[in-house]
Design a protein around this ligand. Structure first.
Ligand SMILES: [Mg+2]
Length: 368
C-alpha cells in the first residue's frame, strides 16, 4: 500500500476568550490557524494529522507547513504507507532541523493509516495502554476571570491547572495566592512564565510563593527564563523548592540531553507539536525515564486532531505526571465532528476505534 498523494487543509477558528484584553507574557492571536495533513494511499485508506502552529514561539505558520509539504512531497509519494520509519527517515534527511509541527502531522497521519490497516488504535501501535485514562490539565481561558474559571473546572473534575504569568508581579502573586487558598494538595498548579523572567526575578518570586501560608508541594514553576538559558534554569532549580519544568526550551533530543546533563529541571514537558511528532517524543520519554526526570505529555495550541494524538501517546507512556489535551476546548469550533479524544471528569480517554479514532472532520472550517 503506497502513498499516492498528500494534501494540506488549513483550518481557522477563534478563541473563546477575550485574549487581546488579557494579561500574559505569551499572547495568542485571536485566531488559531492549523493545517490538517491528509495522506492518501492506493489502498483507499487515508490518514490525518494536524500541524499545530505557534508562530510567536517557533515561527511555524500554515504557509511554512504548506511549503514544507511541497519540499518533501516528491520524496514521499510512492513510499510504503505502512513503513512509518522509512517515510520519517526520509523526512529527517530532507529537513533535519525545521518544520517540526509539519513532521508531527505526517507522523500522526502515518500512525492513523497503520491503525486503520491493522484494525488497532494508535495507542496499541505504540505498545498498548499503560493507562485507561490520565488527568489532563486545563488552562483557564483568561487571567481576568481565572478564579471563576478555576472553580467551574474543579466542579467538572479537573485537578491540574496552568496559570499564565503576566509580568505584573503583584497581580500574579495575588492570583497564585487565591488559587492556593482554593485548592487542596490533590490539585496541581503549574505557573507558566513563558520565558518572561530572569534568574533573580524568578528566585525572588519563587521565595514569595514558598512563603505563602497555603503553599504546598503541589506547585510547578514552568519555563521561567528564556528558552536559550539552560544554565539559568539550572540556577533556578538550585535556588527554589518549587518543582521546575522545562517547556519552551525543548525542541530536540539534543536539547533534552543538555537539560539532563545540566540537571536543569525536575520535569520536562514533551509535546508532539513542538518536538516533531510522536516518534521523537517516544525517544524523549525514554531519555527522561532513563535519567529519572519527571515528564508530562503536553499540548500547545492543538485542535482536536492533534489533541487526540497527544492522548494516544500519553496513554501509552509509563509514568507521565499528567497530560494536556484540552487546548481544543478553548476554541469556538471543533474540527472533529465524530470520535477523537474525550474528556471525562478531568481525564483524557481514547476509544478502541482503529487509528486515531477520528471520524468526520470539518476541513473547510474558516471562522475568522
Ligand atoms: Mg508552557
Amino acid at each position: 500500500m503506497r502513498i499516492t498523494d498528500i494534501t494540506a487543509h488549513t483550518v481557522r477558528t477563534k478563541y473563546k476568550g477575550p485574549w487581546q484584553h488579557d494579561r500574559r507574557f505569551y499572547v495568542k492571536n485571536d485566531v488559531q490557524a492549523n493545517t490538517i495533513i491528509v495522506i492518501h494511499t492506493e489502498g483507499k485508506i487515508t490518514g490525518i494529522g494536524e500541524a499545530t502552529h505557534s508562530p510567536g514561539l517557533y515561527g511555524e505558520t500554515p504557509g511554512s507547513t504548506v511549503g514544507a509539504l511541497e519540499l518533501v512531497r516528491p520524496y514521499i509519494i510512492g513510499q510504503p504507507a505502512l513503513n512509518r520509519n522509512a517515510v520519517l527517515n526520509i523526512v529527517d534527511r530532507v529537513m533535519p532541523l525545521g518544520n517540526l509541527a509539519f513532521i508531527s502531522a505526517l507522523d500522526q497521519a502515518l500512525l492513523d493509516i497503520a491503525g486503520k490497516a491493522y484494525g488497532l488504535p494508535v495507542v496499541d501501535l505504540l505498545g498498548g495502554r499503560a493507562h485507561e485514562s490520565l488527568p489532563t490539565h486545563i488552562n483557564p481561558p483568561t487571567n481576568e476571570h481565572f478564579m471563576s474559571c478555576l472553580e467551574n473546572f474543579l466542579k467538572e473534575g479537573y485537578r491540574v491547572f496552568k496559570i499564565k504569568m503576566s509580568g505584573d508581579t503583584p497581580y500574579d502573586l495575588n492570583m497564585i495566592s487565591s488559587a492556593l487558598k482554593t485548592v487542596d494538595e490533590t490539585v496541581t498548579l503549574s505557573l507558566d512564565a513563558n520565558q518572561g523572567w530572569n534568574v533573580p526575578q524568578t528566585l525572588a518570586i519563587a521565595a514569595r510563593i514558598e512563603a505563602d501560608p497555603y503553599y504546598r508541594d503541589n506547585v510547578i514553576l514552568e519555563q521561567p527564563v528564556h528558552a536559550s538559558d539552560f544554565e539559568g534554569m539550572a540556577q533556578v532549580r538550585r535556588g527554589t523548592k518549587l518543582k521546575l519544568m522545562a517547556d519552551d526550551c525543548i525542541r530536540t533530543v539534543a536539547d533534552l540531553a543538555r537539560l539532563i546533563k545540566l540537571e536543569a529541571a525536575d520535569i520536562v514537558s514533551i509535546k508532539i507539536s513542538r518536538c516533531g511528532g510522536i516518534r521523537k517524543c517516544q525517544q524523549m520519554v525514554a531519555m527522561a525515564e532513563a535519567a529519572n526526570m519527571l515528564y508530562i505529555i503536553d499540548e500547545i495550541n492543538e485542535m482536536r486532531v492533534a489533541n487526540t494524538a497527544v492522548a494516544h501517546l500519553a496513554l501509552s507512556t509509563r509514568s507521565p505526571l499528567y497530560t494536556g489535551t484540552t487546548c481544543h476546548r478553548l476554541l469556538q469550533d471543533d474540527i472533529v465532528l465524530e470520535g477523537g479524544v474525550q474528556i471525562e471528569n478531568g481525564q483524557a480517554i481514547v476509544s478502541n476505534e482503529p487509528g486515531l479514532g477520528i471520524g468526520r472532520v470539518d476541513l473547510n472550517l474558516q471562522n475568522i
